[in-house]
Design a binder for this molecule. Sequence first.
Ligand SMILES: *Cc1c(COP(=O)(O)O)cnc(C)c1O
Length: 485
Amino acid sequence: MHEARGVVRIRGVSRLLPPPWKTKVVEPIALRVAAERRIAIGEAGYNTFLLRSEDVFVDLLTDSGTSALSQEQRAAMELGDEAYAGSRSFFRLEQVVRETFGYRYLIPTHQGRGAEHLLALALVRPGTIVPSNLYFTTSREHVELAGGRWVDVAVPEATDPESPFLFKGNIDLERLEEILDAAAPGEVAYVRQEACLNMAGGQPFSMENLAGVRALTREHGVPFILDATRISENALFVKEREPGYEDRSLPELIRVIADHAEGAIFSSKKDHFVPIGGFVAVNDLELARRLREQVVVYEGFPHYGGMAGHDMEALAQGIRESTDERIVQAYVSQAQYLGTLLADAGVPIVVPIGAHAVFVDAKRLLPQLDQTEFPAQTLAAAFYLAGGVRSMERGIVSGQHGSDPYDDLELVRLALPRRVYTQEHLTWVADVVKHVHGRADEIPGLRITYEPEHLRFFQARFAPLEVFPDLAIENAATAPAVLEA
Ligand SMILES: *Cc1c(COP(=O)(O)O)cnc(C)c1O
């Protein structure tokens, strides 16, 4: 298996290299006893989104907004300028965005979906299409709410969890060309390519493919917009995996990727180590003006979007840290490490291991369940019951649309908050997953009892088809000591 540089094998055992930071402030966590976990998951309708974080031991629900701030970010927050207009903090952020990504105009928003909303309002008209490598839930929703249609142009490997292809974030260039050739003038709102594609398991596009998309969109006069949320991780994988880039620095690679597109949206809650924030950045003044007309309606004055001055300071510093190869390498290695522990134990996971998460293949782990019995939702509940580990369903509940190719996938995502958990937490998670894997044939499926109309995975509720077995790991002979709440 392809391994990141931060994971080493010492006498046959995988080890993480120590990260380039140490802990200064801690947040207490506790493992609830097994009976309490049963009550908690029942009250949450077997939906891990509806658990209270106090009832969670190791929280791998998402890498979004859950990273640890650095002392430099916390110090910068003291400098926040909370002026309504003309905030010094805005101009500092604008400067960092220009230096790092090269985009001229910055429109800050409260988080990534705020940026997607503005972009959809500026570029999408009813009847237009947005070709993209797979979807992200909120990205697609905003395009559809604006009357547009999402068209999947991912390479076929992107939806094959067993394919070892190293660039599952690639766009199928032939298919994109067909679509662009067939489209009426103005019918393509923009082409989107997501860095380190979440739905494919956190997998990068190659520079070669990115250049191909750039060439086609330029030839057809269609805007090309990146979802650059995970651009640092994509750049790191290009350095590790794509011949010819091994000697380029991470900041250089990030800049080259950004330069291929006319603009990008960012959820800064991922690579930029902030609990809240995001932005859209573009080179075209006319487009920037349209985005600014919308930002005042939906987010706030263009000098803060949805962020406080101190948020913009933490973000500016976070962007700097997101170009530091040692930092990015260290947290990407955590996912590689966890994935290696699981793969070595025969747990079916998506390969190659992604940047920000390990995806467990619920269809292969719970083969007795039909997809209508929500195998991934079931497995996420089982991980919580077994050891207080919270994960997220990425299957039919999040996918929803009946006809999409990725609807075939039933994955559980174990997402790694950046700079938060230690190697001990990761070995606990691996023990829990291996324990559930060993008891897979006893686990029943779920049925849905409440289904919201939009983005149902957030708030849907479920009930088990039969009583769940007692899955608690602390009853197993191999379990580490239980921590009292
Ligand atoms: C998280 C995310 C978004 C949405 O951003 P929020 O900050 O959660 O609103 C959009 N695109 C990608 C790729 C993301 O990971």
